[in-house]
Design a protein around this ligand. Structure first.
Ligand code: ATP
Ligand code: MG
Length: 439
């Protein structure tokens, strides 16, 4: 493993970045922050028990903001994610319930840990929730935006850790379904912790059919009609990491969807090797439209337009990797998807090597196998862990599996209304605070 920071120093060095220069900048900022009496930041308005002292905002997502805080009871730094307006949209609300229920049941070093949920004062009326989690130094998105290079060994270690976390997750019957750099937390020692399970799917229980096949984040018309801004915002980012079978609305997708996303993340990390300018880094497939779920707004129904559009997600994929074989297209479940696929002009694709001249052959090989169009041909996580690339970094002892599949009983509720949701939240919160009365 690449020990970038001494374990003992970790506590004090939280949120420093991966370069000394950056560290100096952070220190300057911190000094300025302490010298000037700060204007009340949103973090200071958080309603938290005195045990938690909020220090600084460290992240924002479409659902909440995340602060660094000091837990004086446990004497450690923690991350607190606050979600407001909980019951304004019941789909969003279920997402939060899913996240806390899944996190509570997962136990692995490459999955972020949940420590506590702050007990709301009134279970019948509460509108915001604070989740207390293990804190990490950064996430892979922030890391990629930092003007610093990583060695091949660092990048292989990050990928290995991510795959170990994913193996555990899949062994618990969970598909993450929203893996992207911002949802992969990272520490100075190259450890990776997967977070943000709101869009995950538990195989242990069949989710309701209307929520499948894809994520509720899709910018389809139904979502747009409901005015779910939060879904749409998130959707823009997530598209770039979305597997072709999800783009093509296949219902029986498998855990291979997460492997595709990891491939895209890995490709982005390879942009951090020495010799690449920070300005040139970015997602592998930054499509700006994604037919049929979020078509180009001027050509919403013209599917042929998208088979030509340079910025359509699938076209971007094919320009690099080539169009899939007729056999692979025939394997698609839906007739409309097959018909659509046949409209793309056939091409061999530029090839990974032309885009990535620097990495060694093993890197290109694993990337190639993670980015196979046919999910059945895509490398399985267990096989990826055996890849030659990890010869130096592999630590089999960390490759543990969950003891059972996670089940989420609320996914089976035919009518999960606010009253019922509050009951389920109450149940979750009572595992941390048994003193909270049952609803
Ligand atoms: N435990 C943590 N330690 C450090 N930073 C964290 C932690 N949890 C979250 N963050 C930061 O906050 C950001 C948002 O967190 P998270 O992805 O959980 O929120 P979200 O609102 O569900 O996001 P999304 O926009 O993906 O839906 C992360 O990308 C990361 O930068
Ligand atoms: Mg996120």
């Amino acid at each position: 493993m690449c020990n970038m920071a001494d374990k003992q120093q970790e506590q004090v060095r939280r949120h420093v970045s991966f370069s000394e220069e950056q560290k100096a900048k952070e220190e300057k900022k911190e000094a300025a922050r302490q010298a000037v009496p700060a204007v009340k930041s949103p973090a200071e308005r958080w309603k938290l028990p005195p045990r938690y002292e909020v220090r600084q905002l460290i992240g924002t997502g479409s659902y909440g903001s995340v602060c660094e805080a000091y837990d004086s009871t446990e004497k450690r730094l923690v991350a607190i994610k606050r979600i407001g307006h909980m019951f304004e949209d019941l789909i969003d609300c279920k997402r939060i319930l899913r996240e806390i229920s899944i996190l509570k049941k997962l136990n692995h070093q490459n999955i972020v840990k949940i420590y506590d949920i702050v007990a709301p004062q009134n279970m019948k009326t509460f509108e915001e929730l604070c989740m207390v989690m293990e804190i990490c130094d950064s996430d892979l998105k922030k890391l990629c935006r930092t003007d610093v290079n990583l060695s091949q060994l660092h990048i292989s270690t990050l990928l290995y850790n991510l795959l170990v976390g994913l193996r555990y997750l899949h062994s618990a019957g969970i598909y993450h379904r929203d893996l992207k750099p911002a949802n992969c937390l990272v520490n100075q020692d190259c450890s990776v912790k997967i977070c943000d399970f709101g869009l995950s799917r538990a195989l242990g229980v069949e989710a309701q059919p209307q929520e499948l096949p894809s994520t509720p984040r899709e910018g389809d018309q139904a979502t747009a009609k409901k005015g779910l801004k939060r879904h749409l915002t998130g959707h823009v980012v997530t598209r770039w990491y979305r597997a072709p079978e999800l783009i093509l609305l296949q219902e029986n997708y498998t855990d291979a969807i997460d492997v595709w996303s990891v491939g895209c993340i890995y490709a982005e990390l390879l942009g951090m090797l020495p010799g690449t300018d920070v300005q040139e880094r970015g997602p592998l497939f930054p499509g700006s439209s994604c037919f049929p779920l979020s078509p180009d707004h001027k050509h919403k129904t013209d599917y042929k337009y998208h088979t030509k559009g340079k910025h359509d997600q699938l076209n971007m994929i094919f320009n690099l990797l080539g169009t899939p074989s007729d056999e692979d297209v025939d394997l698609l479940e839906r007739e409309d998807a097959k018909k659509y696929m046949r409209c793309f002009s056939k091409r061999p694709g530029e090839g990974l090597r032309s885009k990535f001249p620097a990495p060694d052959d093993d890197s290109i090989d694993i990337l190639f196998h993670m980015l196979r169009f046919n999910p059945a041909a895509r490398i399985r996580v267990a096989d990826a862990l055996e890849h030659k690339l990890f010869g130096e970094v592999r630590d089999k002892a960390t490759e543990t599996a969950a003891s059972e599949f996670i089940t989420l009983p609320f996914e089976l509720e035919p009518d999960l209304d606010e009253t019922l949701l509050r009951k389920y939240f109450c149940k979750e919160i009572r595992t941390y605070h048994p003193e909270v009365p049952e609803l």
